[in-house]
Design a binder for this molecule. Sequence first.
Ligand code: UDX
Length: 433
Amino acid sequence: MKVTVIGTGYVGLVTGVCLAHSGHDVTCVDVDRAKIATLSAGTSTIYEPGLEELLAEGIASGRLRFATPDVGWKDLISDITFVAVGTPMASNGAADLTAVRTVVSALAEAADRPFTLVMKSTVPPGTGGTLASRFLASSEANIGYVSNPEFLREGHAIDDWYHTDRIVLGAENTAALDIMRELYASIDAPVVATDVASAETIKYASNAFLSTKISFINEIANLCDYVGADIDAVANGVGLDTRIGSQFLKAGIGYGGSCFPKDTRALDFIATMNGYQFTLLKSVIEVNNRQRLQPVVRLARAFPDLHERTIAILGLSFKPNTDDVRESPALDIIPLLAEEGARILVYDPRAAEADIPGALRVDSVWTALAGASAAIVVTEWREFIDLDWVHAKEVMTDPAIVFDGRNCLDANAVRASGMSYMAVGRDGAHREA
Ligand code: UDX
């Protein structure tokens, strides 16, 4: 089938590449000329395992091409046209739908024949109805609107595309649903066919629940530090209950990324705007905002002379196997340590360039650790999990401390090196001595 994907960010690019790999004829569109040129040359603009191989395959097969809107929207509209542009968080927590409205308006104006508009961008419940009445209803063409939210995890996106737990389709007419069922026929997953608002709500409810699970286990971990319990044993015992499940029960310094922080705030905003106080969600957000500050609080307590110390930040991306630094805990931790006057060195094996005032980005973990009084593991990169902590102790300054922000290290191995080990719910931090 002929497909257009508008927006070549993490979602749009994965959507285009995977649909081309499934045999569809795909045109990916972006206003960013440099990005389109890079992609057309077969170079991925994001780090995602397996993406560049599928990009090269798509281009070589002639099933995948890239364009800017300069050629005119009318010529870019396909029978199935995905909108996958960004919906960043506005300052008040709302989802900024400027890009979505701009594209949908342009498509509605340019369309001179029927097509199916598929909303892949994450948009708050109620958005589809508003877009249809405001833009599509007045179009000359008969445009079918489908909400088709994505559930891709960065670092696992290709696998998540083909092995999704469900395909969610929200539409007010069955013709659009049928077209989408045909498009996704090669993917073995249950299809949840519903109305647009319910499909939009499934996306937000899913991310909000996963965020809730994380903030919940983080609060349990914080409690473990007071009662002397071990969060790994607790999470294991809890997660074996099949009604709960073991995934997303990994305690640490909280969630980051371009989705959970944005989507929880947007859902809270939408609830409030509709007159509902989503109390539980507000607590999930508050817990997460606080959780990432733990390393700063505990190191400031350990080092009254923090302003004379060097601190190594190990990990800048919001999680491993991605170069994405959006909402990474490091971006909050670094300024707070800088305010205390500490010298801060940052190392990450893959993270994209980021503005980190008060810190120096270095290209080796050993450069970051040399002379450091403490190391904070912000991202659980394999390189840090497997690090030789005996050697790390030798190059760091006594009393060398490791704050394991992702509870990913072998605590006994770190302690055996002679270093002090701090973590989240693993070291009885607040247990009365
Ligand atoms: C998430 C959702 O998983 C995905 O379905 C949705 O489409 C987009 O948002 P992503 O943000 O890429 O995907 O990453 P994910 O692997 O879900 O992790 C999100 C954050 O939660 C990361 O900061 C991670 O460190 C944190 N996390 C995850 C935990 O702190 N504990 C866990 O147990 C799992």
